[in-house]
Design a protein around this ligand. Sequence first.
Ligand code: HPA
Length: 268
Amino acid sequence: MFDKLKKAADFIKEKAGIIDIVVVGGTGVELSLEAEEVAKINYADIPFLPTPTVKSHKGFLQIFKKGNKTVCVANGRFHYYEGYSMDEVVFLVRALKLAGADLFFLTNAAGGLNPLFKKGDLMVVVDHINFMGINPLRGRNLEELGERFPDMSEPYSKKHIEIIKKCALKNKIELKEGVYVTVSGPSMETPAETRMLRMIGADAVGMSTVPEVIALNHAGCNVVAVSIITNENRPDCMEKAPLDEVIKAASSASLRLSRLIDCFVEAI
Ligand code: HPA
């Protein structure tokens, strides 16, 4: 596995150069950064990388120059519910780490559990609950990447969360904060599951991000994540949240998220 990761990393490094920050786009997230695109790498060309199967997810890396920083935007991620193994789900972020990146800004679409959250809100993730029932680090430890029992006492970099909060204030973007719980999906939550997820301490629920965050913490990276609340899940009056509405809500919050990321990149 490590050899395959290394080959993918070498390929990315050759095309992208030194990456200062990786931004991973979630479902329906359409980022438009104020930066100059200098290269594009199709996932299909990266050795050993699986190809995404979900229509709403594209499959390419964009390399941007913003001032003296190099930003790599990953358009399309690999979800467990698609049938990928956990090794495949985290392959791209691990390869990017091995290519030299050590700061990751993950984004996702999530259902709101906190009753104060509204559709379209942005939530900076301050902690998570892994409710997928599986961990990407299970199995033989990749010693080249990190230790057997990695610490998870600060899964999301507090220092970088503060920068995001300052950026939100500066740009007058309302920003909620909260705990993200991940489920395996692809079925959405029942009312009883929604009630339970709120009771165990989550503010938003989604089907991604946490495997990457675990793999990146294992590899010693700094991670931040922002969720777009695409639907409001209320256990006593559950409403349907079809994919097209999730995508629509994520896409209409994308401009605010892009400005937040622009500011973040300038501030790091
Ligand atoms: N549940 C799980 N995943 C999601 C949701 C949700 O309500 N909304 C967007 N992704």
